[in-house]
Design a binder for this molecule. Structure first.
Ligand SMILES: C[S@@+](CC[C@H](N)C(=O)[O-])C[C@H]1O[C@@H](n2cnc3c(N)ncnc32)[C@H](O)[C@@H]1O
Length: 275
């Protein structure tokens, strides 16, 4: 890929998603865009860039972001976060619910990729709240249409499910048999509690208005520069109830990022409760 082509792709991707592509990503970008070139039947990167410039090619610019974004995820990734939600955050929020007038426990998996994180959250909330009279719901958003389609299918290979899913959560899956052997489907009862929607975290407000008790925004900030991280944290914070929790990836502390949250433990933050 020529310097000018990489620069064009890098700028377009940054403008649309704020994902930062440094020079080390050049090979990765070339490989991922190879597929898009084949789909569009263009022979050179120059022609593909030309196509992306065309006003009629909005759909291809969406596909570009889909192709560039890294969607790696699995069920109960960073298991300690789900243990914390189950053992501390849910009981604490449940104890405060009636005094605060919270009629529902609302959680958000922001940058949910293909759904594993959102369903893991649903299974965690179900394990503590089902049958207890306090309704709950999970909102789940991602910029990529491709991963959201997979999330809605809710069918996963064994390798994404079994290595980290605790025994108590396996009841949330149906095991495939026959041609579906080696696959698991998330049960309807869980699927019905998760709303998947497309959202660029830096561009628009989420399509839900009630403030949330819990936000997971994990393993996406690493792709953003400091200024974008600050903007994102401010946006997420504005959707938390007082005392609500924001959980980021284990490798993504907020050091150097200005914010108004309290550090609870590494990667776990909380909006100070109202006095
Ligand atoms: C590595 S995955 C993380 C998935 C999950 N949160 C986890 O920790 O396993 C990062 C996700 O962030 C999404 N993403 C990247 N930029 C985004 C943006 N500006 N708005 C919303 N989602 C974005 C990607 O599409 C991708 O699915």
């Amino acid at each position: 890929m020529k310097d000018s082509e990489f620069e064009f792709i890098r700028t377009l991707v940054y403008e649309r998603s704020r994902i930062l592509l440094d020079d080390r990503k050049r090979e990765l970008v070339t490989a991922r865009l190879g597929k898009r070139m084949r789909v569009n039947q263009v022979d050179s990167m120059g022609d593909y860039c030309h196509l992306l410039r065309s006003p009629e090619q909005e759909e291809e610019r969406v596909q570009l972001i889909d192709a560039i974004s890294t969607n790696h995820t699995f069920f109960f990734r960073e298991l300690a976060h789900f243990d914390l939600v189950r053992d501390h955050i849910i009981p604490e929020m449940a104890a405060r619910a009636s005094a605060e007038g919270w009629t529902r426990f609302d959680a958000w998996s922001a940058a949910c990729s293909s759904g594993e994180e959102a369903y893991s959250l649903a299974m965690t909330l179900a394990s503590r709240l089902d049958g207890g009279g306090w309704p709950w719901q999970v909102e789940a958003t991602d910029i990529s249409h491709r991963v959201l389609a997979a999330a809605q299918r809710a069918i996963y290979k064994e390798g994404a499910v079994t290595p980290h899913t605790p025994e108590w959560a396996m009841t949330g899956f149906q095991r495939g048999f026959g041609p579906q052997l080696g696959h698991y489907r998330v049960k309807t009862a869980m699927r019905d509690r998760v709303n998947f929607r497309q959202l660029n975290l830096l561009e628009a407000s989420p399509p839900f208005s009630s403030p949330l008790q819990l936000i997971f925004c994990r393993n996406v900030m690493i792709y953003f520069d400091r200024q974008t991280q600050e903007e994102l944290i401010a946006r997420l914070t504005s959707h938390l109830v007082p005392g609500g929790y924001l959980i980021v990836g284990h490798s993504e502390g907020l050091s150097g990022v200005r914010h108004q949250l309290q550090l609870v433990q590494p990667s776990v933050y909380r909006l100070p409760p109202a006095r």
